[in-house]
Design a protein around this ligand. Structure first.
Ligand code: SF4
Length: 431
């Protein structure tokens, strides 16, 4: 077990956490198949490769999960459908009545070379934003999402910091959810970071793609991106925001240990958590070619970084998406755990799936989500984005993103075949 012992002791002595744990145990006990020992084993299974951090007065398992001793954390349990003995049954099948995390694209504006030469402390570059979602619509949508019971709200773009009303939007998110801003770092002056913190922002997720300035600038698509990102990390930390870096871990970064150097570098620059993403067939940064996707061995190598670095407190905490979404852990979180809403209001099961299920400004998001979730009810260890991509020829994807009513039939093939590891242990299976 790699967890941070002093933090674990604090958690074990926290009266509200103890109370919450007993309440959950009491509710689950209504099902005779539920065993406390299996619940403890499944929690140990999740914690064994993690390092829990304390951020101010909250305990963080990962930026993918709401901080443990917050109201937002309740969304994990309260989002399970059913009551009485049905509750444990649904938990053990990975069923949800609302997602834990929703990302919303709040602007399509993005820094370009001209913008990046501007003084980012000035408001000049932020006076207007080009985006379909007006502040009022966004606030209304966020209220609806909170009423659904979503624990994490991510504000993405484009570059969300180019909205000068971002703080007002965040102020409307109450403590049922924690908020993260996904950013290139452009415009995150120390003052802006403090303002976002005062508005109630929990954390920043800052893109960081390479230790080489030119390479990072090129990947991010604007001059100065490297320094904006480095300064943003510093300013985010100073403002006491939980600070996460996000890197797309390509084959090239995995090669010759470059990713290890990058993790070390990001730790030296003060990030609390390094998030590593695997290249996916679809994404808002564009489609990638088949040979850019990681092989099974390379994915394993990436997952090993999660296990290796969380053991060593001299490095920052590392969170690898492919680890959480593997067959060994929770499986694909599309729709059930995550959802994504683009700048037009179209609802997707995740940022990397090229199908949307309708528009949240035409159908209330709760009803639309329920409709979408029907295609994803069975947990699966396979990445839906990748599975579908592998079944089709690359040029067939030129027509996406596409509006669908249900997931294509061939995409459902991997649903519910093998229950992911966490759920198996909860049911008492040995793995
Ligand atoms: S489709 Fe892939 S990227 Fe999206 S949630 Fe599932 S595993 Fe993650």
């Amino acid at each position: 077990m790699n967890i941070n012992i002093p933090v674990l002791i604090k958690m074990a002595c926290n009266p509200s956490l103890i109370k919450k744990a007993w309440q959950i145990h009491g509710l689950l006990s209504e099902n005779e198949e539920y065993k406390l020992g299996n619940l403890i084993r499944s929690i140990h299974y999740v914690l064994r490769n993690e390092r829990i951090l304390q951020h101010q007065d909250t305990f963080v398992l990962s930026s993918f999960i709401p901080p443990i001793n917050t109201r937002a954390f309740n969304s994990l349990f309260e989002g399970i459908p059913g009551s009485g003995s049905n509750l444990f049954e649904n938990l053990a099948k990975g069923k949800r009545k609302s997602p834990v995390s929703v990302n919303i694209d709040v602007t399509s504006r993005y820094p370009n070379s001209r913008d990046s030469n501007d003084d980012s402390s000035s408001d000049d570059g932020k006076k207007e934003f080009i985006n379909g979602m007006k502040k009022e619509s966004l606030v209304y949508l966020i209220n609806e999402i909170q009423d659904m019971g979503v624990g994490i709200i991510g504000l993405t773009g484009g570059e969300p910091l180019l909205r000068n009303d971002l703080e007002e939007i965040i102020q409307n998110i109450d403590d049922r959810s924690v908020a993260y801003v996904y950013s290139t770092g452009y415009g995150l002056t120390s003052q802006r970071a403090r303002e976002l913190k005062s508005a109630g922002l929990y954390g920043m997720v800052i893109d960081f793609q390479s230790m080489k300035e030119n390479e990072h600038n090129e990947k991010m698509g604007f001059n100065g991106a490297y320094y904006y990102a480095i300064n943003a990390i510093e300013n985010s930390k100073k403002a006491d925001l939980y600070t996460v870096s996000r890197t797309l871990c390509s084959r090239e970064l995995l090669k010759e240990g470059k990713i290890k150097e990058l993790i070390k570098f990001l730790g030296e620059n003060g990030v609390d958590e390094v998030r590593l993403m695997e290249p996916k067939p679809f994404g808002r940064s564009g489609r990638i070619s088949q040979d850019e996707l990681l092989t099974e061995d390379e994915r394993r190598e990436l997952i090993e970084l999660h296990i290796l670095y969380n053991k060593d407190a001299s490095f920052p905490k590392v969170s690898v998406c492919s680890y959480f979404e593997s067959q060994e852990m929770f499986g694909c979180g599309a729709a059930g755990y995550y959802s994504f809403i683009d700048g037009r209001g179209d609802l997707y099961p995740c940022d990397f799936i090229p199908f949307n299920f309708g528009n949240v400004f035409e159908t209330p998001v709760k009803a639309l989500w329920k409709k979408m979730y029907r295609s994803f009810e069975e947990p699966t260890g396979h990445c839906c984005s990748q599975t579908y991509f592998n079944q089709r020829e690359h040029d067939k994807f030129l027509q996406y993103p596409q509006r669908v009513k249900t997931l294509p039939e061939n995409c459902k093939l991997c649903n519910g075949q093998v229950l992911p590891g966490f759920y198996k242990i909860l049911k008492g299976d040995r793995i």
